[in-house]
Design a protein. Structure first.
Length: 83
């Protein structure tokens, strides 16, 4: 878990919110963290694009540039649709 925290050094603002989520396989965890004010200023407001045309466009670009992620993306989107 220290590895996760090290990877997020200077990323986000843990004081604004930080939480752990279990991954899809045993032993996998995700450390989530809120954006810092400076990061928020760069990215703009966060929007949920799931199920929107923008999601499909972004996914197409991602899979074109990183085709090895196709099985992961399929698994993740199926899991998300199950709730």
């Amino acid at each position: 878990m220290a590895l996760c925290r090290d990877a997020l050094t200077d990323v986000g603002d843990a004081d604004l919110g930080e939480w752990w989520e279990r991954g899809s396989k045993p032993g996998l965890v995700h450390l989530r963290r809120r954006l810092s004010a400076a990061e928020q200023a760069l990215t703009g407001d966060v929007r949920d694009i799931r199920g929107m045309p923008e999601e499909r466009i972004r996914m197409a670009v991602l899979l074109r540039d990183a085709p090895h992620l196709k099985s992961y993306v399929k698994h993740s989107t199926e899991a998300a649709s199950r709730g």
